[in-house]
Design a protein around this ligand. Structure first.
Ligand SMILES: Cc1cc2nc3c(=O)[nH]c(=O)nc-3n(C[C@H](O)[C@H](O)[C@H](O)COP(=O)(O)OP(=O)(O)OC[C@H]3O[C@@H](n4cnc5c(N)ncnc54)[C@H](O)[C@@H]3O)c2cc1C
Ligand code: FES
Length: 334
């Protein structure tokens, strides 16, 4: 790895990202599916290939110029890769744990809350905003953000949107309380950079509310001072599946909340349209803000490019894109 000089050994068919994380070298990533671009590096020497096909987040021109997506890239020979490593103090290695499904709670017509409980004396060490993978039969895995901060970990809370025909979320009705699942985590680097002490804009799309909820609860508990404005984009009013943000806005002076509907009913008095456009209407100059967003890939893509074009520095933008698992891909990179 350049410039740190860290050396990592890859197992057969292991991605460079997986090998680095396994050996305690923390690299940036989000989706681990080749779609978000967060794990981008540059191959300075050697060559990589992509057994699952060229990932969608790089062009053929970028690949030819040495840009590589490390969550998908396998080394063909010994390589030197330039990448922005994260500090060692941020490294909490993921582990695999059993978890009992204690409770299912319907939050909206297509969103279910799952409360998972770890075995007695087991804790998952994580940061508010991170996600876990549920390890499913057939070597498949699905990622879900933790909706609670670690201080409130009596149960690990997930908000799952039910996708019709979805391999996991399509079967939730049949998933029995008290059944045991396996999870792996924590994953990702989506957490509040409280050391920045900058005003923040939070943008949730649908169940993207989950990790932002965890960060907000932690910020409120810690008495975090800088202003935070949460925008929550959903289709219609019935999809605003929690009233907490309204309550917090009344309780915390620095916190504001704006729900945004893309398909409002005629009697809706609030903001409507695309959530990222509403953000830009409210904050045409985002330079002074940290921006955190989570939700569906099209929302993240559109917001990312428009915010950066509007002058938001790249290092003030943090996101988790809720990429769907690639068809047919199993194991640690799916
Ligand atoms: C870092 C990360 C965090 C995530 N956190 C959450 C979370 O907190 N809550 C949550 O609900 N999801 C979250 N996801 C998405 C989640 O991992 C699954 O992709 C999703 O639940 C669908 O899985 P499935 O097995 O039910 O459907 P699959 O069997 O994987 O998909 C079935 C079909 O539906 C399509 N599809 C899948 N998801 C959607 C969708 N949302 N909208 C439209 N079409 C879709 C697929 O392309 C496929 O054709 C996250 C993803 C990532 C990468
Ligand atoms: S493209 Fe590699 S982590 Fe998203």
């Amino acid at each position: 790895m350049a410039p740190s000089g860290h050396q990592i050994q890859l197992e057969e068919n292991e991605s460079i990202l997986d090998a680095a994380l396994r050996q305690g070298v923390m690299l940036p990533y989000s989706c681990r599916g080749g779609s978000c671009g967060a794990c981008e590096g540059r191959v300075l020497c050697g060559a990589v290939d992509y057994p699952n096909g060229k990932p969608e987040a790089i062009t053929a021109e970028q690949a030819a110029a040495g840009v590589a997506l490390l969550c998908q890239a396998r080394a063909k020979v010994d390589c030197t890769v330039q990448v922005c490593e994260l500090g060692g103090e941020e490294a909490v290695p993921p582990r695999v744990l059993p978890a009992r499904l204690m409770k299912k709670t319907r939050l909206a017509h297509d969103v279910m809350q799952l409360d998972l409980q770890l075995p007695p004396n087991q804790r998952l060490q994580f940061r508010a905003g991170q996600y876990i993978d549920l390890l499913l039969p057939g070597g498949k895995r699905r990622s879900f953000s933790l909706a609670n901060p670690p201080e409130h970990d009596d149960a690990l809370q997930l908000h799952v949107r039910e996708v019709p025909e979805g391999y996991f979320s399509g079967q939730l009705e049949g998933l029995r309380e008290k059944s045991v699942l396996r999870l792996e985590g924590p994953h990702g680097q989506f957490w509040l950079r409280s050391e920045h002490q900058r005003p923040a804009v939070f943008i949730a799309g649908g169940t993207g509310y989950a990790p932002l909820r965890a960060m907000l609860m932690q910020a409120f508990d810690a008495g975090y001072e800088p202003p935070i404005h949460l925008f929550w984009g959903v289709r219609s009013e019935q999809d605003l599946y929690s009233k907490e943000a309204e309550i917090w806005a009344a309780q915390h002076k620095g916190f504001s909340f704006t729900p945004v509907l893309s398909e409002p009913d005629s009697d809706w008095q609030g903001r409507s349209g695309w959530v990222h456009k509403t953000v830009l209407d409210s904050y045409p100059a985002l330079q002074g803000f940290d921006v955190y967003m989570a939700g569906p890939p099209p929302m993240i893509e559109a917001a990312k490019s428009e915010f950066l074009a509007a002058g938001l520095p790249q290092d003030q933008l943090f996101f988790d894109s809720f990429e769907y698992a690639a068809a047919g891909v199993t194991g640690s990179s799916s």
